[in-house]
Design a protein around this ligand. Sequence first.
Ligand code: IVH
Length: 699
Amino acid sequence: MYSKEEITVFDESAQRFLKLKSIDKSSVVQLRSLLRFHEYQYYVLNNPLVSDYEYDQLYKLLEQVEKEFPEIITPDSPTQRVGSSLNQSFVTVQHLVPMLSLDNSYNAEDLYEFDRKARELSGTQEIEYCIEPKFDGASISLIYEDNVFVRGATRGDGVEGEDVSTNLKQVRSIPLSAPFSKYGLQQVEIRGEVIMSKHAFKKYNEALAEQGIAALANPRNAASGSLRMKDPKEVSKRNLDAFLYHISFFTPAENAEPDELIRKHSGSLKMLWECGFRSPQKEKLVVTGIEEVIKHVHDFEEMRDTLPYEIDGMVIKVNEISLQEKLGMTSHHPRWAIAFKFKARQATTKLRSVEFQVGRTGAVTPVAKLDPVGIGGVTVSSISIHNEDYIKEKKLMIGDTVLIERAGDVIPQIVKSLPEFRSGEEQTIYFPGSCPACNSELYKEEGEAVWRCINIDCPAQVVEKIIHFVSKDAMDIKSFGAANVQKFFDLGLLSDVPGIYHLDFEKIGQLEGFGKKSIDNLTAAINASKGQPLNRLIYALGIRYVGETTAKSLANSVSNLMELADKTEEALMELEDIGVKVAKSIYQFFHNADNLEMLEQLNQAGLQFNNYKKERTQEGNLNGQNFLFTGSLTKLKRTEAEAMVENYGGKIVSGVSSKLNFLVVGEDAGSKLEKAKKINTIKIISEDEFLQLISSGGN
Ligand code: IVH
């Protein structure tokens, strides 16, 4: 029996949160299904019901029990995703059914022709089609036997691919088990696409940039490059997703008939969705006749940028499986499906000059200035070209014609220069020897690609540090923004990070465009930021190599920020995601007098240094206080806010009564607020006031 600190879990069947204090061998099945449920909520439905912290606690609990009783580990346990085999080699395996590719179409005529042939060959008047996105990633084939994932492979040459099961287990929208038996199926081979969302791609490239590594060109490369990586942990960091859209083979389960659902392609998508896969169940559209198809593919092309992932076209599939079988395939592609390709988002332009920008860590980044060119509705006139090595690798010269690509809302990239267009007038790009902002000499560490300005007073760095501190993913000080930081800095109203909390609002009020309302908003946002959770503060400090993930792992390891200053590099390396380089950087940060001075000032200003997730029932907390939240919160997730209360010893109650001490009111609050107003012992507070209450440790 494990008696751990109490954790809150969401019980799927009861649809409510439960407190879990202990677990034994017999409840492991329940725990596993709970974890799987939360994985599904997070990775498939995009709707997490618990915080990462709570999930991690549950996961650790399962790990502990399984360690004690290894005989109860099943291959589909959430703990079995973690790949231990470094330096994997990939065995060649045969697909149960060859993986074909699709014929392409580019316009309405091509689609009319496809439909005409399909009707002629099948002798059908009008065909029902299923239209779905053509995901821009890397194709995969998965096999499940008796409901359990047994193998995942790359496409390879279509007949044979490589077994990349361990890497695919890092893709958390791929379930390790799926109830195919409910649908009368025993062995199932399914096809789909591993993709990287635009968001994950952006984050990943940001992390690379932090380390001075050149960005990946587009999410497709990021996804396909990941499947054959040697280290599954690296794959895990890429936060990949998978869409599954085709059942290529199945055998019926014993004494069972395959479910009628899979007689239609749209039914297969539904079954896959019900089995816990991310199939294009919601994205797909079933229509009758090619006219309807043509109408809709254009709508989809217009919507392309609003999707959270890249698509490069639509796939049109004959919906009836019996009709698909009748139509069969050529040696290259099925006759029952066709891809409709969207317009490519590449263009050529001239590279006119290079500017050098100084970031918050002093990294000097070259930015190519281009002749403005439109790609997919956006005008591009400058592109980061990362670092000196990148310039050499791509053989870029000033005056070059370059091919650029914009993948969705992802930052445009230079794909390559086109030397065949050179006139001989092109010029070499020289990297400056001194900082373009403060003129100090630049340095480059061995093994790094980035030149840095190491003057801590460099104005460009100071401004960038403050911009980072207030940014959305850091302290999220709304209505501050880069433009205001620059303005206040230029006017001498703000010279460092702690200065944010000592702004002279009287002076700011005299500036153009700063009325009472905007000053009120800014003050409220600054005050509210004091209660931001510790992981955000750590991230906001802008410690080199410390991104959001590392910041979380650091925050989880302490009950107060300053405990980090006491940790040795070795102790830091014991934490998840922290290697030698990162540990060194953190250690240096906390052993630098200027940084310690800054932290002291932030502490004085009243920022939350305690980790409310670790802090428990101590003096000056919310012991004995009852809380209720109503309306929608804008800064915190409801679960996050409730966890804060509970971790300070407070309680969440379900209704308004005289027992209630605090009603926290979000936007569009309704009847609870009205009711609470009638009971004068209830304190009615805003979300910002709540955060302040938490930041003061509950006083
Ligand atoms: S169906 C036999 N559906 O596009 C039918 N393919 O250019 C197999 N792709 O190799 C493919 N999204 O990797 C299908 N919704 C979708 C797709 C899709 C992306 C990929 C797939 C295929 C390639 C063909």
